[in-house]
Design a protein around this ligand. Structure first.
Ligand code: FAD
Length: 483
């Protein structure tokens, strides 16, 4: 079993032990829904479900490569966890030696945000280097987990990770989808796939216009949680190791108007009183820990990552419990900071995450099931669609710099017309623990969009898409792949 780096466990390992009260009926009772006619509102090549990192990449790539594409999203904005989850840090784009592995759609989003002054990352010449200024900056901001690692020479080096401004990113993703020629339908929940035999033919949605259908040659599930998998004849798995990174919900909120100079002066001048206040805040049910925003325009803004362990991340009662208790903790914590901590007197909560942070959920068992053993693999697969920097596995990462993902990890077994391009990709707990982050899901999306476009254009089954053509499209889209 892989071990998450010790700095990560220290930050993430906070499983809740509360028993969730379940209000459901104890006896098993079902109801037969009456059959009914519903309007078919679109007939297209590709439907992408969910506009998070995976879904945006999939829709943009499919449309850019000629497929008539519709992107469906339940909320009023794109970006998923990267915007609405206030998890706007895109880490591990290069390995510990400074070699970039993730380019393509992900790099384009960062570049387009940066062109609007809405992204920040270390200078390229510092990636993989012990630049003292950057090391100090990210350590001081409590962002070491995303930006700093120990290399083989025991130097503390700087990683290539980027932070984007979620509001600008939402706008930029809308623009990218529109420019690519994909149609976007927001405020639309996808509730079920339409299946004929072993082939997915479209989806059923519900929104303010009622219940409707969209037909498609390819459906891509980018819901994060693999919502469509529930109603498909595929094997899924949702095992999570208690206390691991993915076995958590995250409720993130941002506090503004913080006088960090005053806070630092107090912290240094009166360390004992500072420690006492921290203890008081924790005893009162809050958390005194935060990261400092590294975005240029966010002076005096701190980010609070409230993480709560959970093994049931798609259960509404659990989600309700977590949202309610985490929100209470956030407000109580801020009230205590404001009352007790010098520097927070004039602060306010500027924003809490509109999307509850979810890392786990269902995962598909696909044509290839990535496991712990693949973490140490040194040779690419014959159908490699992405290479990821291996920076988070503590000592193992010091010598093993990157891992590979095959196209088959997006293809469910025995099902046609359907791809999974989100954190529900085909992998066991150990592989997901390290490689289901925003940049990874963007790579899955880019590959799924490209494969769907090829399949539609050539009239092929998704599993028959020639790898050479897929690779060519991915390279054309800026992906970085082995020779
Ligand atoms: C607390 C926490 C901190 C994290 N920190 C980081 C970090 O710093 N950096 C990082 O890279 N990763 C981080 N992650 C992980 C990362 O956010 C996710 O793994 C990643 O966002 C997954 O992308 P996705 O596209 O699969 O899903 P999501 O980002 O969840 O996007 C799914 C999209 O689909 C939509 N959707 C869902 N269901 C439906 C439906 N039925 N119908 C229509 N639309 C639907 C959602 O609204 C959403 O827009 C963190 C996760 C958590 C919980």
């Amino acid at each position: 079993m892989a071990v998450y780096g010790k700095h990560v466990v220290a930050q993430y390992d906070m499983p809740h032990d509360a028993e969730i009260v379940r209000h459901g009926l104890t006896e098993k009772k079902t109801l037969a829904e009456a059959a009914r006619e519903i309007p078919v509102i679109r007939e297209v090549d590709v439907v992408v479900v969910g506009g998070g990192p995976g879904g945006c990449a999939a829709a943009v790539t499919a449309a850019r490569n000629g497929a008539k594409t519709v992107l469906l999203e339940r909320y009023g904005h794109l970006g998923g966890m990267a915007t609405g989850g206030l998890v706007n840090i895109i880490p591990n784009l290069a390995d510990i030696e400074g070699k970039q592995w993730i380019g393509g759609f992900c790099q384009e989003v960062i570049d387009r945000c940066a062109a609007r002054g809405a992204a920040t990352y270390p200078k390229k010449e510092n990636w993989g280097k012990p630049d003292p200024k950057d090391v100090e900056r990210y350590a001081e901001a409590a962002m070491a987990h995303f930006y700093l690692r120990q290399n083989a020479k025991d130097e503390r080096i700087v990683l290539y990770s980027a932070v984007i401004d979620p509001e600008v990113a939402k706008d930029e993703l809308n623009i990218m989808v529109e420019e690519a020629g994909a149609e976007l339908l927001l405020h639309t929940w996808v509730v079920a796939p339409i299946v004929e035999g072993d082939t997915v033919r479209g989806v059923i949605v519900e929104n303010k216009a009622g219940r409707q259908a969209l037909l498609a040659k390819v459906v891509i599930d980018s819901t994060g949680d693999g919502d469509l998998l529930m109603n498909l004849p595929v094997e899924t798995i949702d095992y999570m190791r208690p206390g691991s990174r993915i076995a958590q919900f995250g409720f993130i909120h941002w506090i503004c108007n913080v006088d960090l100079e005053k806070y630092d002066a107090f912290r240094k001048a009166e360390p004992q009183r500072f420690a006492e206040i921290n203890r008081e805040i924790m005893a009162g049910g809050g958390s005194p820990f935060f990261s400092r925003s590294v975005l240029d325009n966010q002076t005096g803004v701190v980010w609070v990552f409230n993480l709560i362990g959970s093994l049931h991340q798609t259960e509404p009662e659990e989600m309700t419990y977590i949202d309610r208790t985490a929100r209470h903790k956030a407000v109580v914590g801020w009230e205590l900071l404001k009352k007790l901590m010098p520097g927070f007197e004039n602060s306010m909560i500027m924003l809490s995450c509109p999307q509850l942070g979810t890392s786990g959920g269902r995962r598909v068992v696909g044509e290839y099931y990535l496991t712990e053993e693949d973490l140490d693999r040194t040779e690419p697969f014959e159908d490699t669609i992405a290479v990821f920097a291996d920076n988070d596995r503590g000592d193992a990462s010091v010598t093993h710099t990157h891992v590979f993902v095959p196209y088959r990890a997006l293809l469910p077994k025995n099902l046609e017309g359907f791809l999974v391009a989100c954190r529900a990709f085909s992998a066991d707990h150990e592989f997901s623990e390290f490689f289901n982050l925003i940049p990874h899901c963007m790579c899955f999306g880019q590959a799924a969009g490209a494969a769907a476009a090829i399949a539609v254009k050539k009239g092929l089954r998704l599993r028959d898409v020639p790898y050479a053509e897929l690779k060519e499209l991915l390279l054309k889209g800026g992906a970085i792949l082995p020779d």
